[in-house]
Design a protein around this ligand. Structure first.
Ligand SMILES: [Zn+2]
Length: 82
C-alpha cells in the first residue's frame, strides 16, 4: 500500500469518527454511548495510523500533518512521496 492510500485511509477513519460523533448527538440516549465510543475509536485509530505511516519513504522523517494537500515531494529531502 502506498503513502497516498494510507493517507486516504487515516483521513477516512478520522472523518468517520467525526460523523459518528454527530450521529451520537442526534440519536436516542441509549445509542449515544455506542456511537460515541465507535466515533472515538475510529478517530483515535485514524490518528494512530497517521502517526505510524505518515513519514517520508526515503529519509524516514515524519511529515507535517497540515498543509499536505497537493504535497507530492518530501519537504526535507525533496524526493517524490508517491
Ligand atoms: Zn524525505
Amino acid at each position: 500500500m502506498n503513502l497516498r492510500k494510507w493517507q486516504a485511509l487515516y483521513y477516512s477513519l478520522i472523518v468517520l469518527g467525526m460523523v459518528l460523533f454527530i450521529i451520537a448527538i442526534l440519536v436516542d440516549e441509549r445509542l449515544t454511548v455506542i456511537f460515541g465510543f465507535a466515533g472515538l475509536a475510529s478517530a483515535i485509530g485514524g490518528f494512530i495510523l497517521q502517526f505510524i505511516v505518515w513519514k517520508c519513504p526515503h529519509c524516514e522523517k515524519r511529515l507535517p500533518t497540515t498543509g499536505t494537500l497537493g504535497m507530492d515531494h518530501c519537504p526535507y529531502c525533496g524526493n517524490n512521496l508517491f
